[in-house]
Design a protein around this ligand. Structure first.
Ligand SMILES: [Zn+2]
Length: 254
């Protein structure tokens, strides 16, 4: 069970016959373009340059209005946050991005890890973080919040969606993973089943956000599990390298 007091964010599934895209009703707004698009049956492996080139082309052609700029980082399961507005050309190495610039599209890729969306409509600041267990244990959620505040977002006024990712129904983990978390946190967000331990990464991300200053009422969790829904979503755990990837994207409209 995810962070009990957080609302569920039920995604809307869209398909154009080629790709599935998820969107979140709480982020629907004329000032924003957002989504989580699935690149199914993709076998790019570790070729980040090929992935980057492909999704950049697709984002540029699919977003309306067209972005002036697209910033997609090379992710390394770190807690590093980049201000996309200050990033030079080239691919930054980071696991979270923030921007206050309209028409700058930002994106992170996931396949079981948590895509964390942040939108402060009032102050015109958006951000995306890639939260796997390693980055989360390493503080990416807290760094992400600091990065948003540095762009003058108000954490209490920011809407957060803990997006589709592997759920505690399927995320079987070993003790060495749990030992990377505070023991109380590990105990609260794991449960034994079938001789193993199952971890609620989405619950941990939401709880850390709220502890770091987000408003509980503005944090929601998508309960969709990538492993349970590997028929249409991408689950590395369930399907291995050929699972494909999902790209979470955000852009403020001009
Ligand atoms: Zn599941």
């Amino acid at each position: 069970v995810s962070e009990a007091a957080c609302r569920s964010s039920v995604p809307v599934f869209h398909t154009d016959g080629v790709r599935t895209r998820l969107s979140y009703p709480c982020l629907e707004d004329a000032r924003l373009v957002h989504g989580l698009v699935v690149f199914k049956n993709l076998t790019l492996g570790a070729d980040y340059a090929a992935w980057h080139a492909m999704v950049s082309v697709e984002l540029r052609s699919s977003l309306a209005p067209a972005p002036d700029r697209i910033v997609i980082p090379h992710q390394v399961h770190s807690s590093r946050v980049i201000d996309a507005d200050a990033a030079g050309p080239g691919v930054p190495v980071a696991d979270a991005l923030v921007t206050g610039a309209p028409s700058t599209a930002i994106a992170v890729s996931v396949s079981d890890c948590v895509p964390l969306f942040a939108v402060d409509f009032e102050h015109g600041v958006i951000g995306l973080a890639h939260c796997g267990w390693k980055g989360t244990a390493g503080g990416v959620v807290e760094e992400f919040l600091r990065g948003l505040i540095a762009k003058e977002a108000d954490p209490k006024a920011t809407t957060f969606v803990v997006g589709a990712a592997i759920g505690s129904c399927c995320y079987r983990v070993h003790d060495d993973l749990l030992e990377c978390f505070d023991s109380r946190e590990a105990a609260k967000y794991s449960r034994p089943a079938g001789g193993g331990m199952f971890f609620d990464l989405k619950g941990v991300v939401a709880s850390r956000l709220i502890s770091a200053g987000a408003a509980r009422a503005k944090v929601s969790i998508d309960d969709t599990c990538t492993s349970c829904r590997s028929d249409i979503l991408a689950s590395y755990r369930k399907e291995g390298k050929a699972c494909g990837r999902m790209l979470a994207f955000l852009m403020l409209t001009p």
